[in-house]
Design a protein around this ligand. Structure first.
Ligand SMILES: Cc1cc2nc3c(=O)[nH]c(=O)nc-3n(C[C@H](O)[C@H](O)[C@H](O)COP(=O)(O)O)c2cc1C
Length: 220
């Protein structure tokens, strides 16, 4: 099979969003298309490892934020290169919640969908969903998957590396700041020297000398 032939099927690029309880989750998707207009129906294909997919299966709804060609490449890296299982991706971008669905503020259109049907393949789950709300926002050309493959991917990778390195630097600076310091009980002066890092002790842990809780300890 010649995969390059399949890349010639053109797609847009969207931020897919949904809710995991009270927490917004989401990912980048290109596999979206309108498949009927009465009712207004779209098809969305999610890969089966995606956490966003799991959450859509639970709550039956999702949002699409349509991206503009000028979108910050970090947005793609943030939503496409890490999983909502470990990261709160929406915290890293400007977003809004409309009727309990998250959207990227920097969108050119917002589309809300309710799942009608799903078809499960070995690799992907295809959601057939009705459009229940939509809003056209900005007049800007939509970003396509072809843009991503032909020039945008490099910028996205670069941005992701920059942000990762910056985070590592901040983590190291924080660790160095704490080096040589100890958590000390401000009530009785007990110095914590256990094997478990102080931050990882359970909330109900208490000072073994005077019995006060963790909040009475200071890094000194
Ligand atoms: C350009 C691009 C297009 C993507 N298209 C899709 C897609 O159509 N469907 C899909 O499930 N994942 C797609 N992905 C991958 C997901 O965005 C990625 O696996 C993400 O980390 C999943 O996060 P989650 O586990 O929080 O759902 C795409 C990623 C990129 C960078």
């Amino acid at each position: 099979m010649d995969l390059d032939a399949l890349y010639k099927l053109t797609h847009g690029l969207y931020i897919l969003g949904t809710m995991d309880g009270n927490r917004p989750v989401g990912s980048v998707v290109d596999a979206v298309m309108q498949v009927a207009n009465k009712p207004m129906v779209v098809a969305l294909s999610c890969n089966n490892q995606s956490y966003t997919k799991e959450c859509i299966e639970k709550n039956g709804e999702f949002s699409l934020s349509v991206l503009c060609k000028g979108v910050d490449p970090f947005v793609i890296a943030n939503f496409g290169f890490q999983s909502g299982r470990n990261v709160n991706k929406w915290e890293n971008v400007d977003y809004c919640i409309v009727d309990n669905m998250p959207y990227l503020n920097d969108n050119i259109a917002m589309i809300r969908c309710k799942v009608l049907q799903s078809i499960i393949y070995d690799s992907n789950t295809l959601f057939i969903a009705e459009v229940t709300d939509s809003k056209n926002n900005k007049d800007c050309e939509p970003l396509t998957y072809l843009d991503y493959r032909s020039y945008f991917k490099e910028e996205v990778m670069k941005k992701f590396q920059e942000v990762k390195q910056q985070k590592e630097k901040e983590k190291m600076a924080e660790e160095n700041k704490n080096e040589g310091k100890h958590w000390v009980c401000t009530v009785c002066g007990y110095v914590y020297d256990g094997d478990v890092p102080f931050e990882d002790l359970p909330d109900d842990w208490v000072c073994p000398l005077c019995g006060v809780d963790k909040s009475f300890f200071e890094l000194q």
